[in-house]
Write a protein that binds this ligand. Structure first.
Ligand code: PMP
Length: 394
């Protein structure tokens, strides 16, 4: 039987990580995998998370199961964090999931259960796992233009033109903020135009928000999602706590579903619990508990926000330094978009050949589509990267 398995395509980013580790050169720069790193290359545990962990260790008195949809306190905290007061809590169904990936998977599956014919319109490019999960569960992905490789900006006219093909009951997948892999994001008027189009067509928005707090700030980064929540009758949301709480391996995320009324909400809630039961039964609780403790304690929350803000501003400073350095070396604004992009990633628009030369000749590792993780840089490696890009004729 097992010989009948087919070989699965390797995950390019994980492959790149292995190549980086095996590279013996003393000076090498890893701009690959999407994990936040400080200036020393370390992914720290946030102070508030460490404090919450200690508190929880002292007070936790049972390891029995939580609820199928996860702990209610966590769900309330996540709805408040992502949606604030954009919609009444009674209209939001929610379940805890293993990471944002689990949240994406459950949201896709819920859409498929409700409408087996639903297609999912995905930005071109998007996080590759969106596409492989859709393929795995047998949902059709339809790409829409999103990024202009030459200007580094959103190709908004192309996006609207391609989204005109959505039909009633199709899903439109949007990144809430800090678009992965490009770093280019919609403005609020652009969100509004997409909302009008989706509502006119009867399409269902799905928002993947995995980097809230990494772009323009916690509230600012949720503004597009909240506008959709206020304006569209039915919305799917997949949120991740991996990045903004720095709890990657704890696998903490949340699927939220905005419904038209309480009866529809109860139906969606029961289906989310059912989906959890079929997939992994009870979701992990440790990371969810830490998030809840941080969100519900004024001092911990303030400290978390302060540290998240340091992280965000650090990445912004690196963006400005890199854009400035490239401007100085090339004498042009060609790379000015790096300072306009937000979040952990920017797609530089370099050819695969240039990306390969950067790796082979300069030990600089980035994803093949020229996506860099800005947090893989520090103030000393920015000039090295800029010089290398210019040297290889990027
Ligand atoms: N969505 C997007 C767009 C992402 O970039 C990521 C992380 N790479 C996720 C979802 C999910 O991350 P996780 O499962 O680690 O929470």
């Amino acid at each position: 039987m097992l010989n009948d398995l087919t070989t699965q395509p390797p995950d390019k980013i994980l492959e790149l990580m292995q190549m980086f580790r095996a590279d013996p050169r003393p000076v090498k720069i890893d701009l690959g995998v999407g994990v936040y790193k400080d200036a020393t290359g370390h992914t720290p545990i946030m102070r508030a998370i460490k404090a919450a962990e200690q508190k929880w260790w002292e007070s936790e008195d049972s390891k029995s199961y939580t609820a199928l949809a996860g702990d209610a306190g966590f769900l309330d905290a996540m709805v408040a964090l992502v949606l604030d007061d954009a919609v009444a809590r009674e209209k939001v169904a929610a379940c805890a999931t293993p990471g944002g990936t689990g949240a994406v998977r459950q949201a896709f599956e819920l859409a498929q259960m409700a409408n087996p014919k639903a297609r999912v319109f995905t930005s071109d490019p998007t996080w590759p796992n969106h596409l492989s999960i859709l393929k795995h569960i047998g949902m059709e992905a339809v790409p829409y233009r999103y990024f202009d490789n030459d200007s580094g900006a959103v190709s908004f006219d192309g996006m609207l033109a391609d989204l005109a093909a959505v039909e009633t009951g199709d899903v439109v997948l949007l990144h809430g903020c800090c678009h992965n892999p490009t770093g280019a994001n919609l403005t609020l008027p652009e969100w509004q135009a997409v909302i009008e189009l989706m509502n006119a067509k009867g399409a269902i928005p799905m928002i993947d928000i995995a980097y809230q707090g990494f772009g323009d700030g916690l509230e600012e980064d949720a503004a597009g999602t909240r506008l959709v929540a206020r304006s569209c009758p039915e919305v799917l949301i997949a949120a991740s706590c991996s990045k903004n709480f720095g709890i990657y391996r704890e696998r903490t995320g949340c699927t939220m579903v905005i419904c038209q009324d309480q009866a529809q909400r109860d139906l969606a809630q029961a289906n989310l619990a059912h989906l959890n039961r079929q997939t992994y039964s009870f979701p992990p609780d440790h990371g969810a508990r830490l998030v809840t403790l941080v969100m519900n304690d004024d001092a911990l929350r303030a400290d978390w926000q302060a540290e998240l803000e340091e992280v965000r501003l650090g990445m912004l400073a690196l963006r400005e330094q890199l854009a400035g350095e490239l401007q100085r070396l090339t004498g042009s604004d060609r790379f000015g978009f790096i300072a306009q992009h937000r979040g952990m990633f920017s797609r530089l628009g370099l050819s695969p050949e240039v990306v390969k030369r950067l790796r082979e000749e300069h030990a600089i590792y980035m994803v093949g589509d020229s996506r860099i993780n800005v947090a893989g840089l520090n103030s000393e490696t920015v000039p090295i990267l800029a010089k290398a890009i210019v040297e290889v004729g990027g």
